[in-house]
Design a protein around this ligand. Structure first.
Ligand code: TNX
Length: 523
């Protein structure tokens, strides 16, 4: 462990320093008792901090990341405390009454990317980072170090303590993600926004939106109005469907960015395209219009590979989606293209992948697209359950980074337990312990630590119809995957995790999350 002393450049004690909060309220989490577990936490019980109505937030940083994280922190703390915490740029230290966000000067030199240091003393709190990612992660740590009452959306009149000490922390993987399928069932922007709030608190920094499938097309594309007039009007089970206008989508992207989350848009091609095919019959090889599809089968649709019209369509979609999305990635699907011949499939992606890179994005695809000659920046997302998968191993050997989402660990549409009344089950039941106990760098033969880009959970929504369904399937398995993606493998331990998970129950209750109180956790 690192027992480095608090540095002098922190909020140094002076004679005006208030008394340390000797009696921390009992419900204050001990330093480091959070999810995901931090790399290093060194408590100092003699120097707790108290957040009061006089606390202010001071920026000592040139970057915009600190400011955005500070504004987010204000929004997080305001409802329960009732404190109007001002954000002050520069200025002098105000011992005992401030939270300072400072750039990386005081960080350990070898701190990996995305890291931060949080120092809590009676004299103040200092959060140091050298990236927006680091500041947002530090804010989430501070949030979870406050009592669960901080999640209340009404004022709670009480003492707000933070346990003293120092946390130096960084992620194992830079890409920690969750996929939400809004194609099988559509979800309104405000549902997605609440989802973003909930993901962010566990340091998930990407949200992959599955924007199109056989059952629905969910994003407005200029010049192709029938995608949203016809293709968006269906969903599994015959409900009304829906879509995001470009403006609504941009708004979601901004909302996510303000919480440290990058949107990864997916347009699934060349299969999973029935909704596009009913909108524009010219995209079918025989030019006829298929029936709308509201069932749950996969693998029956394909864009016409030999038609130039297909590439005009794909090019418009990719360039517009790329333009709407500032993040690094664009996901092109590529899964279960069972009615597309092998050679056609390869020919399709040989034309489509350059469109993605030319639009300035890094392609991501489900692992099937690894059969194609991929450019090096392309990322492969593994979704099967087998621990041997020669094609994906070959992709890794080819230098392509792998996102790990093995269905028997990270598919949150699966049942928790065999006897559950609903949930998918092709990958078996995925209980919270299964979601926790695996190592992304040891799951797949030939895909070790350096080949792993990160981890992603997937919530397919064939059966998931409501926001409460989303919550039940995500929580508490999302917390398990969040720790899989963040915490060093050697520091992960089920007993410790399930204890910290039980502490999340009250926080989730306060946030109104309808989580699944799964057996095996002492809630
Ligand atoms: C497989 S995983 C699919 C999806 C389904 C999911 C249900 C993947 C890339 N494709 O189309 O929704 O199983 O678990």
């Amino acid at each position: 462990g690192d027992d480095a002393q608090p540095d002098e450049t922190g909020t140094a004690p002076t004679q005006e320093q208030p008394m340390p909060l000797e009696e921390l309220p009992e419900d204050t989490p001990a330093l480091g008792e959070i999810i995901p577990a931090p790399v290093r936490a060194t408590g100092d019980e003699s120097s707790n901090f108290e957040l009061t109505a006089q606390t202010r937030i001071r920026l000592d940083s040139d970057g915009s990341g600190a400011r955005r994280a500070a504004e987010y922190l204000v929004d997080l703390l305001e409802p329960a405390t009732g404190f109007a915490l001002p954000v002050i740029d520069g200025g002098d230290a105000r011992p005992g009454r401030e939270i300072v966000l400072r750039d990386g000067k005081q960080l350990p030199e070898d701190l990996p990317e995305g890291g931060y240091a949080l120092e809590v003393t009676a004299g103040g709190i200092s959060l140091a980072a050298d990236s927006a990612d680091g500041f947002f992660s530090g804010v989430q740590t501070l949030r979870q170090q406050l009592p669960a009452d901080i999640e209340a959306n009404e004022r709670v009149d009480r003492t707000w303590g933070v346990a003293g000490g120092r946390i130096v922390d960084h992620p194992r993987f830079g890409y920690r993600s969750a996929m939400l399928d809004i194609a099988r069932h559509f979800f309104e922007p405000e549902v997605v926004k609440r989802h973003i709030d909930r993901l962010a608190q566990y340091k998930i920094n990407h949200l992959h939106l599955h924007l199109s499938d056989d059952q629905g097309w969910r994003i407005e594309i200029e010049g192709w109005p029938k995608l949203t007039e016809i293709g968006a009007a269906t969903e599994v089970g015959g409900g009304p469907g829906g879509y995001y206008t470009q403006e609504e989508y941009r708004d979601i992207v901004t909302y996510a960015a303000d919480r440290g989350i990058t949107i990864v848009p997916e347009i699934d091609m060349p299969g999973h395209t029935n909704a596009a095919l009913i909108s524009y019959p010219e995209l079918n090889c025989d030019g006829s219009r298929p029936e709308p599809y509201t069932g749950t089968h996969v693998g029956f649709s394909s864009l016409c590979i030999d038609s130039e019209r297909t590439y005009e369509f794909v090019s418009d979609v990719i360039s517009q989606v790329a333009e709407l999305t500032p993040g690094e990635y664009l996901h092109v699907g590529g899964d279960e293209a069972e009615v597309t011949g092998e050679a056609d499939y390869a020919r399709f992606f040989e034309r489509v992948l350059p469109m993605v890179t030319e639009a300035g994005k890094r392609p991501v695809g489900w692992h099937e697209y690894g059969q194609v000659d991929l450019p090096e920046p392309a990322i492969v997302q593994y979704w099967r359950i087998e621990s041997e998968h020669p094609d994906t191993t070959a992709s890794a050997e080819n230098g392509n980074s792998i996102i790990m989402s093995p269905a028997n660990k990270s598919y949150l549409d699966m049942k928790y337990n065999d006897g559950d009344p609903w949930g998918n089950d092709w990958a078996g039941a995925v209980d919270v312990r299964a979601a926790y106990e695996w190592d992304p760098a040891r799951f797949l033969t030939g895909v070790g630590e350096s080949a792993v880009h990160g981890v992603e959970t997937a919530l397919w929504t064939e059966l998931v119809e409501s926001e409460s369904d989303i919550e039940r399937m995500m929580f508490p398995r999302l917390q398990a995957l969040a720790e899989v993606g963040w915490t060093p493998q050697q520091d992960r331990d089920w007993e410790s995790f399930q204890r910290r998970l039980a502490m999340q129950a009250e926080r989730m209750d306060n946030q109104g999350i309808d989580y699944h109180p799964t057996p095996g956790v002492s809630w």
